[in-house]
Design a protein around this ligand. Structure first.
Ligand SMILES: [Zn+2]
Ligand SMILES: [Zn+2]
Length: 412
């Protein structure tokens, strides 16, 4: 029988600050949509939320006296809206459309109407992200046509542009930085100085399309969610090019949201899994996978190593990699599976016999306390938006229902 390595050593301080019973509590359910909800934006000053949907609507739902959310604005666009962002200081609403148009609205003080201020017919494909930078008076947009544009929000004049190699899927802006995720699995990091953008880095570790980005401006850490089921934390501020894997999703990750003050990250996926990560805990980078023609544990040749197979008169084996040391090993040398939260493995992964022995011999060096908690939302989640100050998280689901959660317990 395999040794038990999951038990925590006695007396070790609890590294995770996530309470064991902390979970999101469902507060409200908004179910008026007849088509897919493409974006949500939860407000901080009112109990209100913007939604955009494939039914061409842009709606502002507000909580009424009966504790239910009803639309106070219900505006139809000529084509489905695909991106939304709202600036609460100025009540400016930006909406990107399926046909590449970006519309800038002014929302009335009473939140009962909105007026079109400006319209840009910009992109040759669906707009995937829009953002207003108030300090610089710039409106940013990116789209599936691979283009990123920024325009003066006052004069509407084009101030600059950038072309990404693949379709742009998401974007976060914290000037002078602009981060753009793309279909090819890359994140382009731009620095804007004047009108000339400078590509300072291309973060390429995902093997699937980037679906979502979140930026912790305080710690200068970028989080990317991807169709490869993975979330990666890029330590931009650390300036040492470190990237940390966060592995708790079995299917495509559709949204990430960061709570900087509480040092928490939320991620959601296609199956309805909502994960809250403790980003305060020390984390380790995953090792690079080592190339080898033979198992680094038992020396059995892998199937492409014909010479060794002939010499040793054995049939070649399939190659695997130990997730904690990166060694190339055969199936029988890495049959043990374990979680390893400090490396982001919240789900069991393959580890080699040597690592298994090390863990079993000295469990105090391998704390397996989970550094994330997960919760099942009843439906696949397509997008999320967090209001950290009030501990509220909104999720839009495949069932077209928008849920508003109290996540304060998870932020303590
Ligand atoms: Zn082996
Ligand atoms: Zn190993």
């Amino acid at each position: 029988m395999a040794a038990t390595i999951n038990s925590r050593p006695n007396g070790t301080p609890q590294p995770s600050t996530l309470g064991e019973n902390a979970k999101p509590n469902l507060l409200y359910k908004i179910d008026g949509h007849v088509a897919r909800v493409n974006g949500i934006h939860l407000l901080s000053k009112e109990e209100a939320i913007w939604t955009i949907s494939d039914d061409r609507s842009v709606r502002l739902y507000m909580k009424r006296d009966n504790d239910q959310f009803w639309p106070s604005i219900h505006h139809f666009m000529p084509v489905p809206p695909t991106a939304v962002s709202f600036n609460e200081e100025t009540d400016r609403l930006l909406v990107g459309l399926l046909n590449g148009t970006v519309v800038d609205f002014q929302v009335a003080d009473d939140c009962n109407s909105m007026e079109e201020k400006r319209k840009w017919q910009l992109h040759a494909g669906p707009v995937t992200s829009v953002y207003l930078s108030l300090a610089q008076e710039l409106v940013f947009s990116c789209a599936k046509d691979k283009q990123v544009f920024w325009h003066c929000s006052e004069t509407a004049v084009k101030m600059g542009s950038f072309v990404v190699e693949h379709s742009c899927t998401c974007m976060v802006v914290d000037l002078p930085f602009v981060f753009i995720g793309d279909q090819g699995g890359n994140v382009s990091v731009l620095r804007l100085t004047g009108s000339a953008p400078q590509l300072i880095s291309k973060l390429s570790a995902h093997t699937g399309s980037i679906t979502s980005l979140a930026w912790d401006a305080v710690k200068q850490q970028l989080f990317s969610g991807s169709a490869d089921n993975l979330v990666i934390m890029w330590d931009i501020g650390g300036k040492r090019g470190q990237a940390y894997e966060l592995n708790s999703h079995k299917v495509r990750v559709n949204g990430v949201a960061v709570a900087s003050a509480a040092r928490r990250l939320f991620s959601v996926d296609d199956s309805g899994r909502l994960v809250c990560w403790d980003m305060d805990a020390p984390r380790m980078e995953t090792p690079a996978w080592q190339p080898s023609d033979a198992c680094q544990e038992c020396n059995a040749p892998f199937f492409w190593n014909v010479a060794a197979m002939w010499q040793m008169k054995v049939v070649g084996l399939r190659q695997h990699h130990c997730r904690t040391c990166g060694h190339a090993v055969c199936n029988s040398c890495c049959s043990h599976r374990t979680t390893f939260p400090p490396m982001g493995f919240e789900l069991p992964v393959r580890i080699c016999k040597s690592c298994q022995t090390k863990m079993a011999d000295d469990p105090s060096k391998f704390d397996l306390t989970p550094l994330a908690v997960s919760h099942e939302v009843r439906t696949g989640v397509t997008s999320i938006h967090l209001q950290q100050m009030h501990g509220r998280l909104a999720t839009a689901g495949q069932n077209r229902i928008v849920y508003i959660w109290d996540v304060a317990q998870l932020l303590n």
